[in-house]
Design a protein around this ligand. Sequence first.
Ligand code: UD1
Length: 321
Amino acid sequence: MKLLITGGAGYIGSHVVLAALEKGSKVTIFDNLSTGNKKNINKDCKFVNGSINSLSDLSSLFKKEKFDAVIHLAGKKAAGESMKNPLIYLENNIIGTINLIKSCIENGINILIFSSSASVYGEPKYLPLDEKHSLSPINYYGYTKLAIENHLKWFSDLIGFRYAALRYFNAAGYDLENRVLGLEKNPQNLIPIVMEVASLQRDALDIFGNDYKTKDGTGIRDYIHVTDLAKAHIDALDYLLKKQVSITVNLGVERGYSVLEIIEMVTKISGKKIEYNIVDRRKGDIDTIIADYSLANHLLGWVPENSNLKTIIESTWKVYA
Ligand code: UD1
């Protein structure tokens, strides 16, 4: 199987690359290194430095190589930033992805694994959230993911383009065999920020609100180990190849931790004191979100194996310490 992995030098992408190589696939990484890290470029892959925002980069890539399927992870992923700079998200997550889908179709590739997000749901009406929940994103990042899911559905219905939309909950942790060592540049997500405080790269963390309707007032999220997430991409690809269908599934682990619980676990594992300030809520945040992943389990036989919080934090601290 010859795979193109966009964003393969990124945090999630580099883990998906490992899962694909373990399965025996030949992988080409296409990444512009804007948020990806050179250190994460797997030596067993071909690397092409290019952007999905550039039609000429895409056309020269597809002219030179043939692929059986594409795993698309190149994108911006900070929900807060998307509310301040929506144009960047329009450009990267919508226009860039449409460019990629168009290039796939024009070059005879009709299988795409798409990194979607739990943020397509918006404010949960019930928990845990299943895929039948209404779709009403409250941040622009979530909207960009929903817009692409909708396009994919049209192309699937109209011309048989097959896709798996994987709705990630909160990806966290690092490869347990220490094969991914590149840190995220300018991270916006909670766990890498807490890690930067623990490793003295920043003085303190801002907690965005402690007046949410949760047990300790801070936001609760469903943290899934990135290796479990990565494996689901390969399982989804196998499924699409066998069943000739398109699917949309949640990838989370059906339990949540608050911001303060994350800080407590990082303190315990690193032995470092984590300084923090309570600040205003971040625009576009919600109180609690937890996945029902039974559809992924039913269709793909997927089960999270490494997603307990201790493993997530220990594997991350090993990289930051
Ligand atoms: C969001 C999306 C998720 C997506 C992820 C990609 C929602 C509900 N979730 O995650 O689907 O995969 O982006 O990045 O839209 N926090 C702080 N201080 C910080 C950073 C975060 O207090 O400096 C808090 C947040 O308010 C939140 C929690 O930590 O309660 C997790 O935040 P973050 O890691 O940014 O992820 P989400 O925004 O939940």
